[in-house]
Design a protein around this ligand. Structure first.
Ligand SMILES: [Mn+2]
Length: 561
């Protein structure tokens, strides 16, 4: 650690945290701290890349229709926009579509593709979906479509008979970063295309300079961060560079979105700004209606279209938020009506719950009750969305109940499923039994990992440097939690919030008074004597932005006894 600290000339807290996160060698550490685009792997390491770029180049040459088919979430719409922007730079016409979450459901639907080019099959490129869609691919290939699948979901045993498949998880793929988001795969396809066209003398022939792909990284960062893939390795390079591009973006749709979120131009953006502001707005398009509104917003150069779409999406997001608040309240009321609940898993259903919001309600209930939660909506065939807590693999729980289920998919912390309405109660019983056998979820609160213990020698500037250099934060690279080796003074404690459950305070840390907030920590105020208290805090460091000024603020995570 001392080694890493002196070789890289970084503060002790940063070196400590890097070592704990497995970055032991100076070279690894340097790569982590100063990620460069030059360090991105070659797109041609990805299995299927050569085939894919050859098919697309041929389609460009012979003017075949090109259709891009993307998923309806942020990852899907950004992945779609990356390809549309690339083709429009080339002046090559292409069209795009997304399934309707309610009418079509998830995945590739052949009829939507056929509808876009009924007379003449062309080239279909799927993004962020398609790897499990055997039947639709068979049907389209039979009709003469050339199918290129780009996806990042786990491949099934039998792959669809596409002409090219790009998915870092597929057997035999040498690409070193497996955990790209859908938009990451789409970006590597564009990189591959740019290089291949260069090799073929395309840019010279067209008297065009090859596009500067760095400009697309704003979209890549938004999709990658929103999809919650681990922000390490290639994803960290893409997210970090992409956030910098986003601050100065020339993408009219993103400029408009930043404006609607009240982010002043040129202001640094964090992963939280993406996850809580930009992402939900883009997601709202597909949750409340047509996701195509989001991919068009992100790829259109027409100022009128962009202004209209941004406003529509913003309105959809407000409607989504209002509805979420209402549905979460209904779900809480339902839990409370059931009385003190001994069941390890919360499973609720209401026929009227909006199918686009099940996942959001699920996450909110997990935050509130610290139990794995599955929220169902619909009638006849119910659709459900599951979220879990650390240590409980919800996908495994659901897989153990397949006899009650029609379809399911997902991963350890989030999954989706459908079942017949008459199987709802039997499923509830079974899932709870499975979970109980699995070890139960008696753990009421997620465990808190403290990353660094401050001493009286720790300097505040070093904590700031540590946070700045570790960012962007996300899965695989969480925001560091600090604590002190002795209790610290707290004053100006104030209970705030509509429900009087939050705390505002000042704490004396590293030789200075810092303002702090603690969500759900109102009860700490009871410990004040004469307005002061002496407590050991676990906290993270934030930048509070207000009126164009930023100042450090601590966010309380726990009070240690
Ligand atoms: Mn995705």
């Amino acid at each position: 650690m001392a080694d890493l600290q002196s070789t890289l000339n970084i503060p002790l807290p940063l070196a400590t945290i890097m070592v704990q996160r497995g970055l032991l060698l100076a070279d690894e550490g340097r790569e982590f701290l100063y990620p460069t685009l030059q360090a991105l792997p070659s797109p041609f390491l990805m299995k299927g890349m050569q085939e894919a770029v050859e098919i697309i180049q041929h389609a460009i040459k012979t003017k075949q229709p090109i259709v891009i088919y993307g998923d309806y979430d942020v990852d899907g719409v950004t992945a779609t926009a990356v390809l549309i922007k690339f083709f429009s730079y080339l002046g090559v016409p292409c069209c795009s579509c997304h399934p309707d979450r309610f009418k079509n459901g998830y995945g590739l639907k052949a009829e939507l593709v056929e509808g876009l080019s009924p007379q003449r099959p062309g080239v279909l490129i799927t993004v962020d979906c398609g790897i499990s869609d055997l039947a639709p691919v068979v049907r389209l290939v039979d009709q003469g479509w050339q199918v290129i699948i780009t996806d990042h979901h786990q491949p099934p045993e039998q792959l669809p008979p596409a002409h090219a498949i790009l998915n870092p998880w597929q057997a035999g793929c040498q690409f070193p970063s497996k955990d790209l988001a859908g938009v990451g795969v789409s970006f590597f396809l564009v990189m591959g295309l740019r290089n291949y066209l260069q090799q073929q003398g395309y840019w010279q022939e067209q008297a065009q300079t090859p596009p500067n792909l760095k400009k697309l990284l704003d979209l890549v960062a938004v999709g990658t961060i929103s999809d919650m893939v681990p922000l390490r390795g290639t994803n960290r390079i893409l997210a970090k560079a992409g956030l910098e591009v986003l601050v100065e973006t020339d993408n009219p749709g993103l400029i408009k979105l930043l404006e609607l979120c009240h982010f002043p131009r040129g202001q640094n953006l964090t992963t939280e700004d993406i996850s809580f502001q930009i992402g939900p707005r883009l997601n709202a398009a597909g949750r409340m209606g047509d996701a195509g509104r989001a991919s068009t917003l992100l790829s259109s150069g027409d100022p009128v279209v962009v202004r209209q779409l941004a406003e529509v999406i913003n309105r959809e997001n407000m409607a989504r938020r209002e509805l979420t608040t209402q549905l979460v309240a209904e779900a809480i009321a339902m839990v409370e009506a059931q009385g003190p609940c001994q069941q390890p898993c919360l499973i609720l259903h209401d026929r009227n719950w909006h199918l686009g919001l099940l996942g959001i309600i699920s996450s909110k209930l997990v935050d509130l009750f610290h139990k794995p939660t599955i929220i169902f909506g619909g009638m006849g065939v119910l659709k459900g969305s599951a979220r879990s807590i650390p240590g409980i693999n919800i996908h495994e729980i659901i897989s153990a109940c397949t006899e009650k289920i029609l379809e399911y998919g997902g991963h350890s912390c989030a999954a989706g499923l459908s079942l017949k309405e008459e199987n709802f109660q039997p499923f509830v019983t079974m899932a709870n039994e499975v979970l109980m056998r699995y070890g139960g979820s008696n753990e009421q609160h997620p465990r808190l990992n403290v990353d660094f213990v401050m001493t009286d020698k720790t300097e505040f500037a070093d904590l700031e440097t540590t946070c700045a250099q570790l960012a962007p934060f996300g899965q695989g690279n969480p925001e560091p939690i600090f604590t002190t080796d002795r209790p610290c003074r707290l004053r100006n404690m104030q209970v705030i919030g509509k429900e009087k459950n939050h705390l505002r305070f000042a704490a004396f840390l590293a030789d200075r008074w810092l303002e702090g907030v603690g969500f759900g920590f109102a009860s700490v105020a009871e410990q004040a004597v004469n307005g002061e208290a002496l407590l050991t805090l676990a906290f993270s460091l934030k930048e509070n932005r207000f009126n164009g000024q930023t100042k450090p603020q601590i966010m309380l995570h726990d009070v240690l006894i």
